[in-house]
Ligand binder design. Structure first.
Ligand SMILES: [Zn+2]
Length: 428
């Protein structure tokens, strides 16, 4: 890759900013370190000769070309913020460290280093004298990991291109992301149990749940049957967490807790069958982009009412109307809220074709096909967005974990894919 030592120097500096979400201070909506990182990134882009815009430290933009309408523009979006570094690192997390053929540091995969790869690829094209027919508008956000306020703000200040990709997902590319819905089920009043608790986030399978039993409702044989523990009048259930988009990879702690209450005489038998044993056949609803998934992950109490909140993912062209007949069978009052609509890009349209051919040419994987995903990436910032790298299939990057890493040799390969992808996208 061209300008490699400059690139490494930029990586070191960018990774040194602790851009975890922090309280707003004057002019810095996500904390000072995010502001500094964005300043650094835009200053670097400016030094390469690009026009840049700072959207009040929510996000920045680097512009390559003169296209003024959505039809002659394409977007790219990545992010400079990180999730807290946490513990368990073998190297200093905020220091780019090369060791045993790998780079370590928070952001080497998600998403600082990929953002720099895009910027340096744009520079190489510019230095080669290329004038884009389709303008590249590269956005970098500072709030991807905790709420996407950066994208919300961007949308109030500019019209984003209709098409775009995010280097914050997977290779070869994902052309579709499921719609995300939250369903709040009102639980029936219980005679012998109260204070139901559990779940940490709507998008994570519940790993720990508990409730309080009245005297006499602690039944040792049932505790044993459902693998529960009791301490005084508190019953606890332990499961295994997993991403909300893949509930089959986890064990939901609510299932054993609610099954216990049903066996102990509460009017919950049907609810357990529908909520946890898929009696309505929700997981059988599927199309080319995958299955509908459903996972009750959290409890919320409002006054005397207790709600069980479920995460549901629905692939386009399905929507909530597809699942309502199934939900109506549960026998529970519920509300359904659309958190994110599904996105899908034409599989054989110009953008996917260009990205896929850049991937094939640089990897030799001629049979690579677009995939769909249940998770959500920054690609959704665009109406027709897809995620394109940086993660290769079967490689572990320890994203959101200690020892985030990427292979040194892979960085060059990823750079070449992005370079040729941008080159192709810049041509009409
Ligand atoms: Zn990310």
């Amino acid at each position: 890759m061209k300008n490699y030592s400059l690139f490494l120097d930029a990586c070191s500096q960018l990774i040194s900013f602790n851009t975890e979400n922090a309280p707003a201070v004057s002019g810095a909506p996500f904390g000072l370190e995010n502001k500094k990182a964005l300043d650094f990134f835009l200053t670097l882009a400016k030094s390469f000769g690009f026009e840049t815009i700072n959207y009040d430290n929510y996000a920045g933009e680097i512009i390559f070309g003169n296209g003024k309408t959505s039809a002659d523009q394409v977007g790219i979006i990545g992010h400079l913020d990180i999730i807290p570094v946490g513990t368990g690192w073998n190297t200093p997390p905020l220091k780019l460290t090369e060791k045993d053929g790998k780079f370590y540091g928070r952001g080497v995969s998600d998403d600082k280093l990929p953002c720099l790869l895009i910027l340096f690829a744009m520079k190489e094209l510019k230095d080669a004298g290329i004038i884009p027919e389709r303008t590249l508008r590269f956005f970098v956000g500072c709030n991807e990991e905790s709420g996407w306020q950066d994208v919300e703000y961007l949308k109030t200040k500019t019209t984003l291109p209709e098409y775009g990709f995010s280097p914050d997902g997977i290779f070869p590319l994902s052309y579709a992301e499921k719609g995300m819905y939250e369903i709040a089920f009102l639980l029936p009043p219980l005679k012998n149990f109260s204070n139901i608790k559990g779940g940490t986030a709507i998008n994570a399978v519940c790993a720990n749940a508990s409730c309080t039993a009245v005297d006499g409702a602690i039944i040792p044989s049932l505790l044993e049957k459902h693998n529960l523990k009791a301490n005084g009048n508190t019953i606890t259930a332990t499961g295994v967490s997993a991403h909300g988009s893949a509930p089959h990879l986890g064990v939901n702690a609510f299932k054993s807790l609610f099954s216990y209450m049903a066996d102990a005489g509460e009017n919950l038998k049907d609810a357990v069958d529908f909520l946890f044993n898929d009696k309505a056949g929700i997981f059988n609803l599927k199309n080319e982009q995958g299955i509908v998934t459903f996972s009750p992950n959290m409890v919320k109490t409002v006054g005397k009412k207790t709600y069980l909140l479920a995460d549901m993912r629905i692939p386009a062209p399905f929507d909530q109307n597809t699942v309502i007949p199934a939900l109506n069978q549960f026998g529970l009052e519920y509300t359904i809220t659309e958190k994110q609509p599904p996105v899908v890009v034409e599989k054989d349209g110009w953008m996917i074709s260009k990205l896929l051919s850049a991937y094939k040419e640089n990897t030799g994987e001629q049979t690579a096909e677009p995939v769909s995903m249940g998770g959500s990436t920054f690609a959704r910032a665009f109406k027709k967005g897809c995620s394109f790298g940086p993660e290769f299939k079967g490689v572990s990057y320890h994203i959101h974990d200690a020892n985030e890493q990427v292979d040194v040799a892979e960085v060059e390969k990823t750079y070449n894919i992005y370079l040729s992808a941008l080159n192709k996208l810049a041509k009409i």
